[in-house]
Design a protein around this ligand. Sequence first.
Ligand code: SF4
Length: 217
Amino acid sequence: MADTPTGAILQRDKQTYAIVPRTPVGLVTPENLERIAEVARKYAVPVIKITSGQRFALVGMKAEDVDPIWTDLGLDIGKATELCVHYVQACPGTAVCKFGLQDSLGLGMELEEYFATQDLPAKAKIGVSGCPMCCGESFVRDVGLFGKKKGWTLVVGGSSARRPRIGDILAENLDKDAVLALTRKFLEYYNTNANKRERTARFVDRLGIDNLKEMLL
Ligand code: SF4
């Protein structure tokens, strides 16, 4: 819609909007939280919802409040409707969790920096977990990573949407640089060869993981 305010999503009442500030891997600071709280009070935001993507959705604003809210927040716009990587979620991993085998927050931040907002044929989500318990939902994300003692396992083509799909393992025992390189290669191949709005789940189904491995490894 031409007059949709910046970074805003029209709600079901067709009158109010939601926004989702960018909070990579769900890490926030006291300053972020204070600004969100101040904005919510100042503009009487009726709903603040933590999303499955580890972000804060501010819901129910008037159109004219959206731009001033972004200015007051001082946070980047999180993607929510565009055809691109919307977010990277990550579990606590070795930073905090006693089961952690790899640094999921650290890798998640790097993946977010490299790939968030990257244009693609459809929306995509990335999930990173510090061990095979996969609290970062790695098997049901377009790109998923989970840590083992010897390195990272890279999973592609997962989805938790209407037609859920468990992702396929593309490669194992990767170090961080190999994860970044192979993720880039996969997303570039997907970008070039997928149909418009074809999610990675359907793309990997259509091509088959063995063919993908032949192309990418
Ligand atoms: S996936 Fe493993 S490291 Fe991450 S929170 Fe779950 S148990 Fe901890």
